[in-house]
Write a protein that binds this ligand. Structure first.
Ligand code: 13P
Ligand code: 13P
Ligand code: MG
Ligand code: MG
Length: 371
């Protein structure tokens, strides 16, 4: 059976700062989707990661279906009213447009969707990150789908050995989707050349070359492109189908043990290591570190199994300790150099106004004329 999996995610308000949505808010979104999604959706799962609420939906209407997008948008609008009534911080933060117009792309919420023919066994991983941006997934996707040091399946399985096709988006281009398709392993160095710059080039999808089927789908929206100013981090979501023609689940999870440095954390303005956390984890220390959760499902006829928490295992406790150490080491450096994002990322924040004033006070020394 051909199904569509759609994830639409937004920050519509949180308790105690940018920490976590309230139970009442989560419940209101759940109730809206449950009631209004009847007859439209096959199944759904609503969860939170930090201060973001993700609505994962299965249906048969394809990607970009207006009714599915409107359902999520309306759930977030209804939730925003609840957030306001509770005095939550940043109520409606990611709803950047007033009126819904066809689909939620470019309106603030993060979207990722995948349409696929279900395999006899259909394992899917749902990743949600908070306090970071879509480039955060470049590193784990490169390792999982292009590096045999991480993914022995590339050597051990003839299907994986045919390689993967990466669709990469230039997220600085705001007039439309500027994309390139590159194939691993032949174009590995070109892929590496782009993915090394995760604020500009972002993996949008990955496809099996042996089967022609889609393995990965990433939400690529950048809020500052929509708002023109800093309104919060993009906090991306990602779907990854695993096993058979694709890397095994463990091969997809392993790169997250590095705790690689990503853009985000406090005020979306720092470089900090990404910490794999349990489902529905809140945010703490220095509005970070940036976090990522991974919920594993299988589907049959679009029906989801119960969620299994892929980062709830003693192994990841050790990783979390290591990431906390890395984060504190970087934090000791305050705003200096690599600890904070480069100017082209900060230019969406209020720092520009201060710089403008300072700029006017600079003088150029005149050289003494030679006698
Ligand atoms: P099982 O034999 O448990 O299915 O595992 C196969 C595999 O490839 C795990 O990476
Ligand atoms: P969010 O994008 O998760 O709302 O975080 C915003 C922020 O500035 C945290 O310091
Ligand atoms: Mg927030
Ligand atoms: Mg957030």
């Amino acid at each position: 059976m051909k199904i569509t999996m759609s994830v639409i995610k937004a920050d519509i308000g949180s308790v105690g700062g940018h920490i976590a949505p309230s139970q009442k808010l989560l419940e209101s979104v759940k109730q809206h989707v449950r009631e209004k999604g009847r007859g439209l959706l096959i199944d759904s799962h609503i969860s939170s990661t930090g201060d973001d609420i993700a609505i994962l939906m299965t249906h048969t209407h394809g990607a970009g279906e207006e009714r599915v997008h409107k359902l999520a948008w309306d759930a977030f609008v209804a939730g925003t009213a609840v957030a306001k009534s509770q005095g939550l911080y940043g109520a409606g933060q990611d709803l950047l447009k007033d009126a819904f117009s066809g689909n939620v792309h470019g309106m603030g919420p993060a979207v990722t969707e995948m349409e696929f023919e279900e395999r006899p066994g259909e394992p899917v991983l749902f990743f949600a990150a908070d306090k970071t941006d879509p480039g955060a997934f470049n590193f784990p996707l490169y390792l999982a789908f292009a590096d045999p040091m991480n993914t022995p399946g590339i050597m051990l399985s003839p299907k994986l050995g045919k390689g993967f096709r990466f669709v990469i988006m230039d997220v600085e281009h705001t007039e439309g989707d500027r994309v390139i398709e590159l194939s691993a392993p032949e174009e590995l160095y070109d892929i590496a050349t782009l993915l090394r710059d995760p604020e500009r080039y972002v993996v949008e999808s990955v496809w099996s070359r042996a089967a022609g089927t889609q393995a990965v789908s990433v939400a690529t929206s950048r809020l500052h492109n929509i708002a023109g100013k800093y309104t919060g981090k993009d906090d991306p979501v990602m779907l990854v189908r695993t096993q058979m023609d694709f890397p095994a689940t463990g091969e997809v999870l392993q790169p997250f043990s590095v705790g690689h440095f990503v853009a985000g954390c406090m005020r979306g303005s720092h470089n900090m290591p990404l910490m794999p956390v349990k489902m529905n984890a809140p945010i703490s220390w220095f509005d970070g570190p940036p976090i990522v959760s991974c919920t594993a499902f299988c589907t049959r006829g679009g029906m989801l199994t119960e969620p299994v928490d892929a980062f709830d295992h003693p192994f990841w406790d050790r990783v979390r300790g290591h990431v906390a150490d890395k984060a504190m080491d970087m934090r000791r450096q305050g705003f200096f150099g690599a600890a904070m994002l480069p100017m082209n990322e900060l230019e969406y924040t209020g720092i520009m106004e201060r710089l403008e004033v300072i700029e006017k006070r600079f003088t150029v020394r005149s050289m003494k004329k030679a006698a």
